[in-house]
Design a protein around this ligand. Sequence first.
Ligand code: HEC
Ligand code: HEC
Length: 345
Amino acid sequence: MRKLLLLICLAAFGSVHAAPDGLKLYTKHCSVCHNENGIGGIGLPLNSYKVESFPRDYLLKTIRLGREGRVMPAFKKLSDAQVNAIVDYLLSWKKTTIEVVFSDTPVDGNPVSGKLLFEHHCAECHGMDGKSEGIGTGVSLSREREFQVIPPALNNPGFLGAANDQWIRHTVVNGRAGTIMPSQKKLKLSNTEVDNIVSYLRSFEAQSAPLEKHQDEKPTLIFDSPYDFTTTIGNIKRSLQGLNFRYFPDRYMEMGLIDDKEVNKKQLSLRFCNFNLLYEMINIEPRLGVVLPCSVTVVEGDDGQVKLYVMNMKVVSRVFNNAQLTEAAEKMHLKLMELIDEATL
Ligand code: HEC
Ligand code: HEC
């Protein structure tokens, strides 16, 4: 009993002075991609070997800036105290207490030679221009793929904004143990060559933000229909046939979730599939099965306006970071847009 009281007191006391809880924040915001213990998944591993050499500043900036156009989000709404707490938590995985800092001194290399070296030694994983669209998806959830860990994009404003030259240099010199990212020694690069490569990576920053075009791409696309609810649905069904989509039984949005009588009859999901395209995509990425088949959800608002909601295939496929898949998703996307156009014309 006394123990219990003590615990309650501690809890109450704790909450008055509570600093944000790094573990909780990490679990909530990061673990879905980086895994609870940092072994990685869709996100890169953040294990103890790595955090050992990660400057605090790089972690803070990475969380704030994210990796625009890639999967890693920018956490802009978290308070400074919350971001600090997450970083403290990550750094608690270190085995030493040595603080790692890299000076802001720029690396003085030749980016033109760096480009050639990059294309020779790095492009097979990080892509010709550092945008990292390799084959295979990198995440081995369902099966082994060529890349166990997705090589990150290096021409990314988030990466270049978070990492200073000396830190990038450190990464190129040491590689990343436990991953396929090779060290300077393995690649037999001279110090000058490493400098040249770093200068080349930094030169990406001068190019107008290469991934900016993705900024407006939302995971769900919303379109207004000029027709009423029933007519819109009829239009979509007609277009589906024309576009060679196979069509599944209608489903009200809330079906199975609440009592059948209460279901909102003004929210209907039309589910359909183009098997050729679907098989093509699933062959490239089996995990895609989770998010398909395609659907258009038709919703009539209180004001009578009918809207169509469609999953943005381009955004969905980008999660898998696979150029081949992106291409197939692009085809699917065009078909969907054709469908919407026809149905709302
Ligand atoms: C939706 C998935 C996702 C979430 C959520 C996410 N990340 Fe990431 N993170 C990634 C991916 C993917 C990369 C690699 C970027 C690339 O592919 O270009 C990455 C990269 C990083 C890096 C750089 C690692 C390195 O080796 O330099 C750090 C650090 C990081 N994330 C920390 C975090 C933290 C901390 C959180 C939570 C506040 C978080 N991430 C949330 C997916 C995610
Ligand atoms: C065989 C594939 C492969 C090659 C070749 C390769 N890398 Fe990497 N690189 C990776 C992987 C995978 C990662 C992520 C590793 C991790 O989990 O930290 C990475 C990470 C990096 C990072 C850290 C980026 C970040 O977001 O933290 C930099 C910088 C980098 N590589 C630069 C280079 C350069 C420069 C070269 C050529 C000299 C090169 N890499 C060659 C696979 C490769």
